[in-house]
Each structure stands twice: as structure tokens, then as C-alpha cells.
Design a protein around this ligand. Structure first.
Ligand SMILES: [Zn+2]
Length: 118
């Protein structure tokens, strides 16, 4: 999964990717026992976390960047990152980003967060 992310983003070898189990999100939507893959990207002092999941609508691995919920500040999947341009848009704060499928359903939102379930 890390190799797929490295390829899609065209990352140089010196960018370090480490993989872990994401216990909060599922690899396949609607399943209970398949954990999503978390990927930590580290480059110098900078770091970003992603999760890799499959979407219900397409049989393709999807990467979403993990970032604070705008309301409860919990770390949730925010935006789908499909290529380097998406990542660049995200880093620059562009508005055109595609919301991650798990953004509104993530169990990580704090109780009462208005994002969840909307
Ligand atoms: Zn929230």
C-alpha cells in the first residue's frame, strides 16, 4: 500500500513511509473486521498521515489524508488524495479537494460533532 501511495504521489525515495493498522476505519466499507491501512509520510520535520481504503463505488484503492475535523478537531479522514496535484491542493488549502468518503462517518469525531452524520 505504501508503494502504491509512493507511486501515485511520485514521492522520492528519501520521503519515508511507514505503515500501521488503522483501528478506527475499515478497509472495505460496511465490514467490521478489516482494518484500514494507515500510512505515515515523513520528510524532515514534516509529517502527514493517510489511510488507504476501498470505496463502495469503485474497486480501487483510495488514499485520504488525516487532518483535524473542522468542528471537533479529532483527527479524521478529510480529503481524498489521488495524485500529487491533489496533495498539492491540500497543502495549499485549495477548495477544490474531494471530501473523503469516511469524513462524515468516521467514529473518531467527538460526541456531538456536527460533521458526523451530516
Ligand atoms: Zn468532528
Amino acid at each position: 500500500m505504501a508503494a502504491v501511495l509512493r507511486h501515485r504521489l511520485g514521492l522520492e525515495d528519501k520521503v519515508r513511509l511507514s505503515v500501521y493498522d488503522d483501528v478506527d476505519h475499515r478497509l472495505f466499507p460496511g465490514t467490521r473486521y478489516t482494518r484500514a491501512t494507515g500510512i505515515q509520510l515523513s520528510h524532515g520535520r514534516e509529517g502527514y498521515a493517510f489511510i488507504a481504503t476501498y470505496e463502495a463505488s469503485e474497486p480501487r484503492l483510495t488514499f485520504s489524508v488525516i487532518a483535524p475535523s473542522p468542528d471537533c478537531l479529532a483527527s479524521v479522514p478529510r480529503v481524498t488524495i489521488d495524485n500529487l496535484a491533489d496533495f498539492g491542493d491540500w497543502l495549499l488549502g485549495a477548495r477544490s479537494a474531494n471530501e473523503a468518503q469516511q469524513f462524515r462517518t468516521s467514529p473518531v469525531h467527538r460526541t456531538g460533532c456536527p460533521v458526523r452524520g451530516n
